[in-house]
Ligand binder design. Structure first.
Ligand code: ADE
Length: 418
């Protein structure tokens, strides 16, 4: 990645680009940073770059020197994405940073005083970014903050890439606390588990700490977080073909479809679901489903498209919801927390965000039940621990998603990198 910074205070940046992690990245050629002194593009003996604001107020950076500096960059390196750090910009998030990290050339304009001439902004600035709702004396510090956040996402910049992945915000959760030597400082001991050498116990403790911190300090982050790495037990999905309602609202059994088997298996594999249960009491339907799965996991399909086989291996054909719950309980040694889903609003049902929050502290496996046909039978709601409120579009009188879409949307809310 190439980064060019236009600033009236070039010295300010020197140690930033030559020290620590960023300095090493520059030395190793992972990122190329140039600094341009705005005053070199000024006019007259006084090297003027700013002037009084029309209508009164403080000083404003003039359009002409900024344009000259930018044209110089364009003519030597081609066009890049022009960023103006400013408190008037959209507030930067990790998503902004991830987007910027895919650019080839970022050009930063560091403002000062009251800002820069709006005509220059209108013509050249692609993105105005604020680093928070407070005002600094200039754009250099915000510019450094943005470059720092972007550079650590570039391959090779942070030594262990896993460290980036495990970081706060990357998964949308806050980080766990950290401790170093000495193990006792002013009589305060490091949590014992960290000295145990037990990797599994340490991992569990860290996950619990991250969950507690996020719930206490930033519960707002949870809607966008992937909570799978923080669950103590696994997550399961079941597609229920019996008992479900038919179009007249009567209890019945729906037919298994190949499309559901394929698509929901793929969704489950993508979001890290442990098993996908296809529930039907009809033997011939189970045989048919088994034949489809066999083709892709062991038959010709397995060599034709191994990725599909990998997804279909998660599918398990089973006769009833009761047997599914028992299967998970046997596997996990704890009864799963069963969440029934519905397209119709039911009294006593729970918003998906509340369910997501509670899964983090339940220490139980979770089993999501999705109904085919006209939805799950009444009996299923009574044996479930919770009912999740419907996924809703903006249209009030129509809610008729395919069950495949409902599974995908739900999985993305709970287990997606969002
Ligand atoms: N310049 C001054 N304050 C700023 C802020 N909060 N974000 C970005 N640029 C700025």
């Amino acid at each position: 990645m190439k980064v060019t910074i236009i600033t009236a205070f070039p010295d300010f940046m020197d140690s930033f680009i030559s020290t620590s992690i960023l300095g090493r990245a520059v030395k190793e050629g992972l990122i190329d940073i140039s600094i341009l002194d705005l005053r070199s593009y000024s006019q007259g003996n006084y090297r003027q770059i700013d002037d009084y604001a029309f209508g009164g107020g403080g000083m404003v950076l003039m359009a002409e020197p900024l344009q000259k500096a930018l044209h110089h960059i364009f003519s030597t390196h081609g066009r890049g994405k022009v960023i103006f750090p400013s408190p008037q910009g959209g507030v930067m998030t990790q998503q902004t940073v991830e987007t910027l990290s895919t650019a080839q050339h970022l050009i930063f304009i560091c403002g000062h005083y009251e800002g820069i001439d709006e005509r220059f902004c209108d013509q050249y600035v692609d993105l105005e970014i604020s680093i928070g709702d407070y005002v600094l004396t200039g754009g250099e510090i915000p510019c450094m903050a943005i470059i720092d956040a972007v550079s650590r996402l570039l391959p090779g910049v942070v030594g262990k890439e896993q460290a980036v992945i495990e970081d706060s915000f990357y998964r949308g959760m806050l980080d766990h606390p950290h401790y170093t030597r000495p193990s006792s400082w002013k009589g305060i001991e490091v949590p014992e588990v960290l000295l145990s050498g037990d990797k599994k116990a340490i991992g569990k403790w860290r996950r619990e700490q991250a969950v507690q911190r996020t719930l206490a300090r930033r519960p707002d982050l949870l809607s966008r977080a992937n909570i799978m790495p923080y669950l103590d037990k696994s997550a399961y999905v079941a597609l229920v073909h019996h008992p479900v309602l038919d179009r007249k609202g009567e209890s019945s059994t729906a037919a298994v479809t190949g499309l559901d088997i394929h698509d929901i298996s793929r969704t489950c594999r993508t979001y890290g679901i442990k098993r996908f249960f296809i529930i039907t009491p009809i033997k011939s339907q189970r045989d048919m489903a088994r034949e489809i799965m066999h083709h892709w996991t062991e038959g010709y399909g397995a060599t034709f498209n191994p990725l599909r086989g990998e997804a279909l291996k998660l599918a398990k054909i089973i006769p009833s919801i009761e047997k599914t719950i028992a299967w998970v309980e046997e596997k996990e040694k704890v009864k799963p927390y069963v969440i029934a889903t519905t397209a119709k609003f039911r009294s006593g049902s729970t918003h998906w965000m509340e369910l997501k929050k509670s899964l983090l502290t339940l220490n139980k496996p979770v089993l999501f039940l999705f109904g085919t046909s006209w939805g799950l039978d009444e009996d299923v709601f009574s044996i479930s621990d919770s009912t999740m409120q419907p996924i809703r579009g903006g249209i009030n009188d129509y809610n008729h998603l395919s069950v495949r879409n409902a599974v995908a949307i739900t999985m993305d809310r709970f287990f997606g990198f969002r």
